[in-house]
Ligand binder design. Structure first.
Ligand code: ASP
Length: 432
C-alpha cells in the first residue's frame, strides 16, 4: 500500500525529533549544523523559489478568466472582512483564556530574573526592529504595496503583496483587451502555472527528508547541546505554552470548522485531511510564506477551491491574515504584564485587541516575526518591552504552532469564499 504524503511527513518529523534529542544528549550540535541542517534549508529554499512564479502565474490566469471585474472587488471585500473578523475572534479567545488561567502569576521570581538576564541582547534586537516599523506613516503599508519596478518586487519573497498587486493589475488589462490580442501572452501564464504546480509535486517528494532536517535543526538550535536547559525553561514556562496552545486549538478546532459550516457544505474531516501536509509543513518551517505553494496546491487540487479564488485569497492571507500570531501576541502581552506584577484594565485589553489585529497584519510570514510586533503591543499598553525576555526561550516552539493556525485560517477562508462564489468543486483526497 502506498503511504499517504502526510504520513511520510509525520514519519520524517518523528525521526527528526528522535535524532534531535539523541544529538543534543551526545553533543552532536556541530555535526547537525553542518551535515543535517543544510538539507532543511535546501527544502525551504525550493519552496520559496517557486512562490513568486506560482502567485504570478495563477493570479494572472485567475483574474484574466473573470468575465466580470466587479466580481473581483466582491471577492476582495469578502475576503478582507472574514480575515479581520477571524483575527479579532482569535485575539478575543487569547485574552479570555489568559485572563482566566493567569499563567504569568506562576513564574518563580528567580527564574524571572534569570530569563531577563539571559535574553537581554535579543530583546534589544527586537526593540530596534519594532521601532523601525513604528516610524512609518499610517499610509505606508498602502504605498509599500505598489512597486516601482516589477523585477525589484519579484526579487524578494517579502514583497509578495507587490506581486499580488502587479498580477491583478496585469490580469485586469488582459480582460479589457480583445482575446485575440492577448491569447499568446495569456497562454504563457497558463503554461507557467501548470508547470509550477508540477514543480510543487516534485518538491514535495523531498518533504519527509526536508522535514526531518528542519526538526532536527530546530531542536539543535533550541537545546544547544544542553537538553537540561530546555527542560528547565519548559518547567517555568510550560503553563504559558499550554495556555497559548489551548487558545490555538480553540481557534483551529472551533472557529474554522464553524466558518466552514456557515459558508460551505464541506465536511470538517475532509478539510483537515486535505490540508494536513500544508499544516505539517507550516509546523516544520514556521513560515506561512514558505508553506504557501503547498497551501495553494492542497486547496486547489484536494479541496476543490477554484484557482481564481485560491490564487487571490491565499497569498493575501499568508501576508496579512495571521490569527495564530494575533492570539499568541494577546496571550504573551497579558502573560508578561502578569509576570511583572502589572494589572491591565479593560481599556488595555481593548487596546490589545486593536493593536494585535493590526500587528498581525503587519507581521511578516517568516519565523519569529510575531515577537517583533509584540514589542509594539507592549508599548501600547505601557508594559516594558524588555519583558519579552521572559518568553523568548520558548518562542520557536510556539512559532511552529501558531504558523499551523495561520495557514489553517487562510485555507478555511479560501474554502468559504469559494463556496459563496459557487467556485468550490469536489473534494479529492486521493490526489497526493
Ligand atoms: N511564523 C509566523 C508565520 O510565518 C509568523 C509569526 O508569528 O512569527 O506565519
Amino acid at each position: 500500500m502506498k503511504l499517504k504524503l502526510h504520513w511520510k511527513i509525520i514519519i520524517g518529523m518523528v525521526l527528526g525529533l528522535i535524532y534531535g534529542i539523541v544529538a543534543a544528549m551526545n553533543g552532536w550540535g556541530h555535526f547537525t549544523a553542518f551535515w543535517v541542517a543544510p538539507f532543511g534549508t535546501i527544502f525551504i529554499n525550493l519552496l520559496k523559489l517557486i512562490a513568486i512564479p506560482l502567485v504570478l502565474g495563477s493570479l494572472v490566469t485567475g483574474v484574466a478568466s473573470l468575465s466580470d471585474l466587479r466580481k473581483l472587488s466582491r471577492i476582495g471585500g469578502k475576503t478582507i472582512a472574514i480575515y479581520i473578523s477571524t483575527t479579532a475572534i482569535a485575539v478575543t479567545i487569547g485574552l479570555v483564556v489568559v485572563n482566566f488561567t493567569k499563567p504569568g502569576k506562576s513564574v518563580p521570581e528567580d527564574m524571572r530574573t534569570k530569563l531577563q538576564e539571559t535574553y537581554q541582547q535579543d530583546v534589544a534586537a527586537s526593540e530596534t526592529s519594532a521601532s523601525q516599523v513604528k516610524e512609518r506613516g499610517p499610509l505606508q503599508p498602502l504605498v509599500d504595496m505598489i512597486p516601482d519596478n516589477f523585477f525589484g518586487s519579484a526579487a524578494s519573497n517579502r514583497n509578495m503583496l507587490q506581486v499580488v498587486f502587479f498580477a491583478i493589475f496585469l490580469g485586469i488589462a488582459i480582460v479589457q483587451l480583445p482575446s485575440e490580442n492577448t491569447k499568446v501572452f495569456l497562454g504563457f501564464f497558463e503554461g507557467l502555472n501548470d508547470t509550477i504546480i508540477k514543480m510543487v509535486d516534485n518538491i514535495m517528494l523531498m518533504a519527509p527528508y526536508g522535514v526531518f532536517a528542519l526538526i532536527a535543526d530546530t531542536i539543535n538550535v533550541i537545546a544547544k547541546d544542553n537538553l537540561g536547559q530546555v527542560i528547565e525553561l519548559l518547567s517555568a514556562l510550560g503553563f504559558y505554552c499550554l495556555v497559548v496552545m489551548f487558545g490555538l486549538m480553540i481557534q483551529t478546532l472551533v472557529t474554522y470548522p464553524s466558518l466552514l459550516k456557515i459558508f460551505s457544505k464541506m465536511s470538517v474531516i475532509d478539510f483537515f485531511k486535505g490540508i494536513a501536509p500544508a499544516q505539517l509543513l507550516a509546523f516544520s518551517t514556521s513560515s506561512s510564506g514558505a508553506t504557501l505553494p503547498v497551501t495553494m496546491e492542497r486547496c486547489e487540487q484536494n479541496l476543490g477551491v477554484s484557482e481564481e479564488v485560491s490564487s487571490f485569497v491565499l497569498p493575501l492571507g499568508a501576508t496579512i491574515n495571521m490569527d495564530g500570531t494575533a492570539l499568541y501576541q494577546a496571550v504573551a502581552a497579558v502573560f508578561i504584564s502578569q509576570a511583572l506584577g502589572m494589572s491591565l484594565g479593560i481599556g488595555d485589553q481593548l487596546t490589545i485587541i486593536l493593536t494585535a489585529v493590526l500587528a498581525s497584519i503587519g507581521t511578516a510570514a517568516v519565523p519569529g516575526a510575531g515577537i517583533i510586533m509584540l514589542v509594539i503591543i507592549l508599548e501600547a499598553i505601557n508594559v516594558p518591552s524588555a519583558g519579552i525576555a521572559l518568553i523568548l526561550g520558548v518562542d520557536r516552539i510556539l512559532d511552529m504552532m501558531r504558523t499551523v493556525t495561520n495557514i489553517t485560517g487562510d485555507s478555511s477562508v479560501a474554502v468559504s469564499v469559494a463556496a459563496t462564489e459557487g467556485q468550490l468543486g469536489e473534494v479529492n483526497l486521493d490526489n497526493d
